[in-house]
Design a protein around this ligand. Structure first.
Ligand SMILES: N[C@@H](CCC(=O)N[C@@H](CS)C(=O)NCC(=O)O)C(=O)O
Length: 262
């Protein structure tokens, strides 16, 4: 803990994401926290940090310091890592995770494992994106209330067909990875695929509590072993108990009771 604190006072990595919500920034935070590596969460740690995000994605930006402009947050800034000697700026959640994975010791032990980890993280992020579409099936920029009718249809299909398809898939992956004993998707150690899937499951439990409660028992490894094991992992457990962990609210994972199983 003391080492963590010390490291946090001089972070080499800067996460740029919207403040106050877990959102897609959470996938990056969980990787850092699992590895015990320091990072600066600019918008949550500095008064007008949000300007750092809004300026990056400003519609007139053609990039900064020799980096292209990010399309949308999250983005990660790493001092001195741009080939021009300046800060390197990368964006897109899976791109950031695959960059950090080997550096944080969360990308497996060989090339095959590294690719499987990326594949599973992308699949978990697909599930994340499909969850978002249950409350915004028509237009990202419109209010949920303006697309409620379509949301009800989308959420019904999501609950009845997509949730069981994704959960069934990950249950098979856990079963097939005997080395992982139900605790890891790939190999026998924690990876960013595990932390990414865990966050999506956690979000689904928040957004669709009735649906998930009714289905949990069908996935013996996923909810009997994996979920708790990641939650208890070193670094993750401490983070989840800290103030740095923001509650789900109005981001990707939202609890609209009418979209849940009735
Ligand atoms: N595929 C991108 C999606 C990024 C994204 O949609 N970011 C959201 C916040 S979680 C945003 O601000 N989007 C603005 C937009 O798409 O116009 C990723 O995984 O990083």
């Amino acid at each position: 803990m003391a080492a963590n604190k010390k490291a946090r006072s001089n972070p080499p990595y800067e996460l740029l994401y919207w403040p106050s919500i877990p959102g897609r920034g959470e996938f990056i935070r969980l990787a850092f926290e699992a590895a015990g590596v320091s990072y600066k969460d600019t918008t949550n740690e500095t008064e007008d940090g949000i300007k750092a995000v809004t300026s990056l994605i400003d519609a007139s930006s053609t990039g900064t310091d020799g980096n292209p402009p990010p399309f949308a947050p999250p983005a990660l800034r790493i001092p001195g890592e741009n080939p021009n000697g300046g800060p390197l700026l990368i964006y897109q959640t899976p791109s950031i995770l695959s960059y950090l994975g080997p550096k944080l010791g969360l990308a497996g032990t060989n090339e095959a494992e590294a690719q499987w980890i990326l594949s599973h993280a992308l699949t978990a992020l697909d599930l994340n994106n499909e969850t978002h579409d249950t409350h915004h099936p028509i237009a990202v920029a419109k209010y949920y209330e303006d697309q409620k009718e379509e949301s009800l249809k989308k959420a019904t299909d999501f609950r009845e067909n997509r949730i069981p398809k994704f959960l069934g898939y990950f249950e098979r992956v856990l079963k097939g990875n005997e080395k992982g004993e139900g605790k890891f998707l790939v190999g026998d150690k924690l990876s960013y695929a595990d932390t990414t899937l865990w966050n999506v499951l956690s979000g689904l439990l928040f957004a669709f509590p009735k649906e998930m409660e009714a289905r949990k028992g069908d996935y013996e490894l996923l909810f009997g072993r994996f979920y708790e094991s990641v939650e208890e992992a070193s670094g993750i457990k401490e983070y989840l108990a800290s103030e740095r962990r923001k509650p789900f609210s109005m981001g990707v994972f939202r609890h609209y009771p009418e979209l849940d199983r009735q």
